[in-house]
Design a protein around this ligand. Structure first.
Ligand SMILES: C[S@@+](CC[C@H](N)C(=O)[O-])C[C@H]1O[C@@H](n2cnc3c(N)ncnc32)[C@H](O)[C@@H]1O
Length: 247
């Protein structure tokens, strides 16, 4: 039994209530939502007419942004019923070509070669104990020449304390650790997997991808409300993005 996986699912079963609680707020955001500028820079040229699969799709706002950028369709996958049902309701309400299915990655349950782009991130890779399985599944889902894109928290982020006055490394965290227990909203209690940047890149290559773009970003993809942390002042990495092509 994957005990950490069970704890994480249990934590998400509670945390995912936010998808229903925040439905109205997300619906308003969805009317104008766009991807981050760094994502648009990379994806704008290759998303036109693409069929996209989005593992760990969560609230699904990025799916609507992907359609706005030119995607033909987006298929979101998440193991949370609250996530997939609220995202489907929102997409239907806005007339967006997005559909949602419950799936526990790395088993998507989808046909192979169904996607031109697999998009994920913003709190996704940290839930996967084995990136090799995940990248193998992403490779299977893509048509030859298809793209994998991830915009994700930098692997250093678990080390950052949120002190306002100085950049500090948490004494209870290490870059080379394999996991830690999340102690903040929303997935409090979930076991977060730590994958080093080198592990992510090498797992992607070994699954049959060519890395086309790798970047590190000072801004986090998400700012928890009411916190001002020195680690967000531009001096240290808080996110990374990777674009890879299926060979
Ligand atoms: C932090 S959220 C982020 C998702 C999305 N990027 C967003 O911004 O809403 C992570 C999501 O991953 C889902 N999840 C975690 N592990 C998963 C797995 N193994 N398979 C499918 N979904 C998973 C959770 O249910 C949750 O909705």
């Amino acid at each position: 039994m994957d005990v950490a996986g069970d704890e994480t699912r249990a934590a998400w079963a509670i945390a995912s209530r936010k998808y229903e609680d925040e439905y109205a707020e997300h619906l308003e955001q969805a009317r104008t939502v766009e991807l981050l500028p760094a994502e648009v820079d990379v994806l704008a040229e290759l998303v036109g007419g693409a069929d996209v699969v989005h593992p760990m799709s969560g609230h699904g706002l990025d799916d609507i942004a992907l359609v706005r950028l030119g995607a033909r369709s987006v298929h979101g996958l998440d193991y949370s019923e609250a996530a997939v049902s609220s995202a489907q309701r929102r997409a239907d309400e806005l007339g967006m070509p997005c559909r949602y299915t419950r799936a526990a990655m790395p088993e998507s349950g989808l046909e192979g070669a169904c996607a031109d782009l697999v998009y994920t991130g913003k709190g996704a890779l940290i839930w996967l104990p084995d990136l090799r399985d995940f990248f193998t599944e992403v490779h299977r889902l893509l048509r030859p020449g298809g793209w994998f894109y991830v915009y994700e928290a930098h692997p250093l982020v678990p080390l950052w304390a949120w002190d306002a006055d100085e950049i500090r490394v948490r004494p209870d965290r290490g870059y080379f650790a394999s996991s830690h227990v999340n102690d903040s909203f929303p997935a409090n209690g979930a076991v977060e997997r730590q994958h080093m940047l080198s592990t992510i890149v090498m797992a992607c290559r070994r699954a049959g991808f060519e890395i086309e773009h790798l970047d590190e970003h000072p801004e986090p993809f998400w700012y928890p409300g009411g916190v001002t942390a020195a680690v967000w002042d531009g001096r240290v990495p808080n996110a990374f993005s990777l674009l890879a092509r299926r060979t």
